[in-house]
Design a protein around this ligand. Structure first.
Ligand code: ZN
Length: 352
């Protein structure tokens, strides 16, 4: 009994020493931190189904912990405080496709101060290594989104989605499918307004940003990630400063699929692969609302795998705190076509 007690005491002391040494060797930084690789899910207030799905990557990333350590050493990453390290989660079932593209590593973004990603506009954090890509999808949720989700699930990989607030009121169920599949969900304004337009005021720009996040929250029943992409990538000093005060990360792009202009799925695939041949890595911009993108994705993901590209999945260290006044505004918002029924099914001319 006494020796068992001694053993327990020794274990506790050893744990404290290890934690102490680890904390001492880590050097937390106060500035807006770039992403850091993680092997386990951080605090993430998504529904249970989403949390389960989000754990699918744990095996993959844990197996790559050596590489993750090397990456952390190379990047000026902030170390998490010991209190934020969570107990290991139960092993999730392995992906059904052993040859899938998968996730090579998961990075957690500390969005303090509003860091920017994507070298087209923000060149501060070069966290991707050669042949690493981040998959991002804008403008959903839309009836094409489930096809995108299936392609990603078939390849056991994950992406970041930037939904339009108004679209979440049309298809909240589809947005919940995105969450249930474990993807990261940010926001892309309320109505896809061009926030660098001459006529838009600072207040209107703020409203667009905040209503977008609150609309996503309303659909999900949980706070989204503090990840934001400007419609048409149109930012201004005032809007980027505002996002900074709200600790919201800004996403630009490295590889534009130009899918909204593409006339076929082949064109989308060619655009991405040709640009990757030049850039060798980067954040890829696509739109889950584009039919050609949804159709292209199974082949595109196969080509990425064949080309030796690896997917880095970005998630947030902490979720955004939406503003109560905008949550209230969204809760009152009339849902113009909440049923999703075409107008011809709702209002029919029977006599002229
Ligand atoms: Zn957009």
């Amino acid at each position: 009994m006494r020796s068992a007690l001694g053993l327990m005491l020794a274990s506790v002391v050893a744990a404290i020493v290890i934690a102490g040494v680890w904390f001492w060797t880590s050097s937390p930084r106060a500035d807006a931190a770039p992403p850091q690789t993680t092997a386990a899910s951080q605090a993430d207030p998504l529904p249970v189904a989403a949390r389960q799905a989000a754990r699918d990557d744990v095996d993959t990333t844990a197996a790559l912990s050596k590489r993750a350590d090397a990456t952390q050493a190379a990047a000026p990453a902030a170390a998490p405080a010991p209190a934020q390290v969570q107990a290991p989660v139960a092993a999730a079932p392995k992906c059904a496709n052993p040859d899938g593209l998968g996730i090579s590593r998961t990075v957690v973004v500390d969005t303090t101060g509003g860091p920017g990603f994507g070298f087209l506009q923000y060149k501060q954090y070069d966290f991707l290594t050669d042949h690493e890509v981040v998959l991002t999808f804008d403008d959903g949720p839309w009836p094409t989104t489930p096809t995108v989700l299936k392609a990603l699930a078939d390849e056991c990989t994950k992406a970041v989605f930037f939904p339009i607030g108004l679209h979440t009121t049309y298809h909240p169920d589809i947005l919940r499918q995105v969450a249930a599949a474990g993807h990261t969900i940010g926001a892309h304004t309320w109505s896809h307004a061009h926030l660098a337009g001459k006529k838009i005021t600072e207040q209107q720009a703020k409203d667009e940003i905040e209503k977008g996040f609150s609309a996503v929250k309303l659909a999900l029943g949980a706070n989204p990630a503090p990840f934001f992409r400007f419609p048409a990538l149109a930012h201004t000093p005032a809007t980027t400063a505002y996002l900074g005060t709200r600790n919201i990360a800004m996403f630009s792009v490295d590889v534009d699929s130009n899918d909204f202009k593409s006339k076929s799925s082949d064109e989308v695939i060619n655009n991405v692969m040709t640009k990757l041949d030049k850039e060798h890595k980067g954040i890829i911009l696509m739109h889950d609302l584009q039919k050609h993108t949804a159709q292209a994705l199974p082949t595109l993901l196969r080509k990425l795998k064949a080309g030796g590209y690896k997917v880095v999945w970005m998630k947030a260290k902490t979720q955004i705190e939406t503003l109560p006044e905008y949550d209230a505004m969204m809760a009152k918002t009339e849902k113009p076509v909440a049923s999703g029924r075409p107008i011809g099914n709702v209002v029919q001319t029977v006599a002229e």
